[in-house]
Design a protein around this ligand. Structure first.
Ligand SMILES: Cc1cc2nc3c(=O)[nH]c(=O)nc-3n(C[C@H](O)[C@H](O)[C@H](O)COP(=O)(O)O)c2cc1C
Length: 342
């Protein structure tokens, strides 16, 4: 197991601990919840390499109460702490019941998803659609806070569209209702993932809440992380897509050493094996493909179309692992040569 230890403290601010309610968080760089990405293996790696906090993929509250296998898989923590579970839903009753289940099964923090732009999040209109009806959103928040004795947090966008920027209003009311941290993705729902996140606009939330504020959207580098904190006045930063194909990246932004290319080969292969173990062979091979593609895009961009196709289509995990390893190793060798020549 590779585990870079030196901490070169890029930013004392990002490396500083803080807390959510009474739960201590070791630094201010949080891995964003991403459905289909931040499953247990990804979160385990992110925490191992230094992320301050990781969040589960969103768990549909009603489905969890109704006991579906997928919800339980998303809820798993294998003992990793702090365990932050994100719940989505549109009815206070299901949110409260699901929060109790999550808390009874080891959650340290519950996060409410009010940011997902998908038209229909499983179980009805929820996610950022809730921002169109703040009174209703508040019933859900109040019920969730009442249901558990652990901190409840809220993740949302700036508003539904540019004419209804209501994150500050909802955040203020949420704080009054007992929410202990709020995360803002600096886009409206109607922007989906278009354009650039507006880091300055997040400051309007800072101005009205005193609970910890997390800023999110388009952060890739340590400089971005410092800048989003400066412009928004937030206490911590959350990174999503910038961690795809590099689960260690949140830790690196918090000040941990970046793994070298040879270490990356080992981590990527270990990630693949962890996924096969978590999902089982057949499902694991399919779920892992997007991760393998991200690793190759980042660290072995010269991989031929034919080699890539073999990795992406083979159903045989041993064959995939061997081809994937060979492609990444070629990428590492190439990077080494370029370094030597420089
Ligand atoms: C593939 C994918 C899945 C996502 N799933 C979730 C989710 O389950 N819950 C949530 O609150 N946000 C979800 N998001 C939004 C991210 O948490 C984050 O707010 C967004 O990607 C902006 O941050 P970034 O620019 O650092 O990626 C998802 C984003 C992506 C790209």
């Amino acid at each position: 197991m590779v585990c870079p230890k030196d901490n070169h403290l890029l930013s004392p601010k990002l490396a500083a601990p803080f807390s959510i309610g009474s739960v201590p968080i070791r630094n201010r760089v949080i891995l964003a919840p991403m459905s289909g990405v931040t499953d247990l293996p990804f979160r385990q790696l992110a925490l191992r390499y230094g992320a301050g906090l990781v969040v589960t993929e969103m768990v549909a509250s009603r489905e969890l109460v109704q006991d579906t296998a997928e919800s339980w898989a998303r809820l798993k923590s294998a003992g990793l702490r702090p365990h932050m579970v994100q719940l989505a839903g549109r009815e206070a009753h299901w949110m409260a019941e699901a929060a109790k289940i999550a808390a009874d099964n080891g959650a340290d923090i519950i996060d409410i998803n009010m940011g997902c732009p998908a038209k229909k999040v499983i179980g009805g209109y929820s996610g950022s659609a809730l921002m169109r009806d703040p009174d209703h959103a508040l019933t859900l928040i109040e019920a969730t806070v009442r249901a558990v004795n652990i901190p409840v947090t809220l993740k949302m966008r700036l508003g539904w569209d540019e004419n209804s920027i209501n994150a500050p209003d909802i955040a203020r009311r949420a704080e009054e209702a007992g929410i202990q941290l709020v995360t803002i993705h600096g886009r409206t729902r109607m922007q989906f993932y278009e354009g650039r996140a507006d880091w300055d606009a997040i400051r309007a939330v800072r101005d009205v809440v005193s609970i910890p504020l997390v800023a999110n959207g388009d952060v890739e580098t340590a400089e971005d992380a410092e800048e989003i904190l400066r412009r928004s006045g937030a206490d911590a930063v959350m990174i999503g897509r910038g961690c795809q194909g590099r689960p260690w990246h949140a830790g690196v932004i918090a000040g941990h050493r970046e793994p070298n290319h040879q270490e990356i080969v080992e981590i990527a292969i270990e990630h693949y094996r962890m996924m096969l173990e978590f999902y089982g062979e057949a499902v694991g091979v399919r779920h892992a493909r997007k991760h393998l593609a991200w690793y190759l895009d980042r660290y072995a961009p010269a991989t031929t179309g034919a080699d890539k196709a073999k990795i992406m289509t083979s159903k045989e995990s041993g064959e995939v692992a061997a081809s994937f390893h060979a492609a990444l190793q070629a990428g590492a060798d190439l990077a080494h040569c370029v370094q030597e020549a420089a």
